[in-house]
Design a protein around this ligand. Sequence first.
Ligand code: GLC
Length: 482
Amino acid sequence: MQLEDVVTIKDVEKKAWEALEKSIIYYKGHPIGTVAAYDMSVEALNYDQCFIRDFVSSALIFLMKGRTDIVRNFLEVTLNLQPKENQLDAYKPGRGLMPASFKVMSDSAQEYLEADFGEHAIARVTPVDCCLWWVILLRTYSVATKDFCLAYRPDFQQGIRLIMELCLATRFDMYPTLLVPDGACMIDRRFGISGHPLEIQVLFYAALRAAREMLIGAENENIIAAIDNRLPLLCGHIRQHYWIDMNRLNAIYRFKSEEYGKGAVNLFNIYADSLPYRELDKWLPRKGGYLCGNVGPSQLDTRFFSLGNLMAVITDLATEEQSQAIMNLIEARWEDLVGDMPMKICFPAVENEEYKIITGCDPKNIPWSYHNAGNWPVLMWMLAAAAVKTRRVHIAQQAFEIAQARLLEDEWPEYYDGKSGRLIGKQARKYQTWTIAGFLLAKELIDNPTHLPLMSFEELPPELVSRACEFELSSLETKSCI
Ligand code: GLC
């Protein structure tokens, strides 16, 4: 690296910090979060709000820099926004839910917070991921400050418990995964990801692990037992049924169908004709693999979703072997998955009739745009963390250099369009906070891999893993959650 390069990186970093500072939201004089985007050139819509999922990226960089106050304040105010009672009105948010976003309002000089649980959101999507991110962030805060006192406070114990109750409630389906409607996560529009999308399952796993570390006391005994019960099954289910590599593709390709009863091998009755196996046969590198997007009755969504795969590596949900295979795939298919801006939210895009049916003709999600295989710089920190975790830092460095050359000049766009991600997203906001934070985080993780434990977990205890290996769908039929 040349001396001028070092100066340039420092300059970009400085500008990124200035932009991040500008995004901070104050409430009664205290910093409590960051706006989604600070872009004065377009109508704000709800981008002037603090989104829970977006703030996680800001929170991480603040924690790494010892600025714990803003994260603590955020956790406290959002806890206060969480409904503690069940509502009679079915249009109101249920007990335990966390909002997608909130905003500071004022009324005759009195400030107050207004939350959006999806009731104002475009298409009224429900933010299932937000309560999971909240639990994960609380644990991150506790690890960063080496102080679990906040998590042990009775109101926080109740907050975690209510979220766990919501996730572990008795329900209709009999998978260890979480059943959610379409658009319940970062992809908050119709995108054919209803059912058991990978992103939610990985965050669910991490939230269960985080809650397990933080819940204490006799009143939480039942929840702790339910978590212990669920974790290995969830882990085994994802590792087994979501995994795709050449071996697995071969097995699926030759699956028998219409199997009834306990001895079924093709548990979900996947028809090989529903898979793009000719493309996958070409695309899958010999030593690569990934976790697919969704698994359900006669459904295997073979799209690659970055957030789910990267977070599975970071949180130890993927095995060491699977993690290495995921990174092999990213390296081997760099042009498709990273291209000119780290990194694609998913791959490939849905096109033609499929695009119409899956998105409902959404003009924002046309092929190779926005959620439909656009490139989102925020994902760069997850790529960097996964690379550091798998001891393949060069991947993080390579991605960082690509981003560093463009982001400041392009004014920190929310996303990029096109097959390689060279076009600034058609409707992308500029000065998108998680783009800025994602960039700073990637740099910090490369320079200082000791930050990794903020987001990662140890392997599951051996006794739980061995139960996971014994996993059989039939065993689920008898499991009641709480
Ligand atoms: C878009 C993204 C969503 C994000 C929000 C605010 O709706 O899809 O994930 O939280 O913008 O940045």
